[in-house]
Design a protein around this ligand. Sequence first.
Ligand SMILES: Nc1ncnc2c1ncn2[C@@H]1O[C@H](COP(=O)(O)OP(=O)(O)OP(=O)(O)O)[C@@H](O)[C@H]1O
Length: 242
Amino acid sequence: MPDASPQTRLILEDVAKSFTNHLRGGIHLPVVAGVSFHVDAGEVVVLGGPSGVGKSSILRMIVGNYGVEAGRILMRGCGEAPFVDLAAATPREIVALRRDTVGYVSQFLRVVPRVSARDVVAEPLLIRGVAPDAARRRAGDLLERLNLPAALHDLPPATFSGGEKQRVNIARGFATDHPILLLDEPTASLDDANRDVVCDLVAEKQRNGVAILGIFHDEAVRERIATRIVDVAGFSARKAAA
Ligand SMILES: Nc1ncnc2c1ncn2[C@@H]1O[C@H](COP(=O)(O)OP(=O)(O)OP(=O)(O)O)[C@@H](O)[C@H]1O
């Protein structure tokens, strides 16, 4: 592992992903191959490249939502702790990595019926052992910071607008203090004011030494927050196969 320093939190080594559509005669769709890069504490690495090149698939592999076809995804919480290879982890180990090591803001909020916005945000804190009152207070503070009207905090997000749902989703992802944070287009459906809040939240995480890996289509946001851009087009398996 030549690139790893004590600051390194996440390393991808020769990672590959393709999909096979079993309903269409087993059509094989190669997406990425040879994906290799690392993210250190205090970095904001942004995945670039055209639509469909495989950016979200890379994030989904890192968080364990997609299986890893080849290569290693090494992550660790701090300092010189040994790396854990998510690609070879058992389901139980993946649950532990999600609880303790890697946080994720997905593109869309998965709405659970009858659970209030405040409780949706507080849930990952409760799972990590934070006392219920403190968790709900932190949830309320974040929702307020993201300009979600107070009248909505105790309502289930099912009927919220797209931008309101996304702000609940962002608050949930930023509530915890995971050492690695993955962000899949968190600013996509936000207005300028809330986009600014998200940029500030990212900068705070960065100052706290979190290793951040994200997808941001908004050029201005990218300019503002990225410390490095990794072009996923360089790992396109389709280009290689063509
Ligand atoms: N679960 C899946 N089953 C089959 N194909 C998939 C699946 N997930 C992604 N793909 C395909 O993999 C390719 C890469 O998709 P991905 O969402 O990773 O791209 P992206 O770079 O994030 O695109 P965008 O910028 O448009 O969000 C696409 O061709 C997509 O159709």
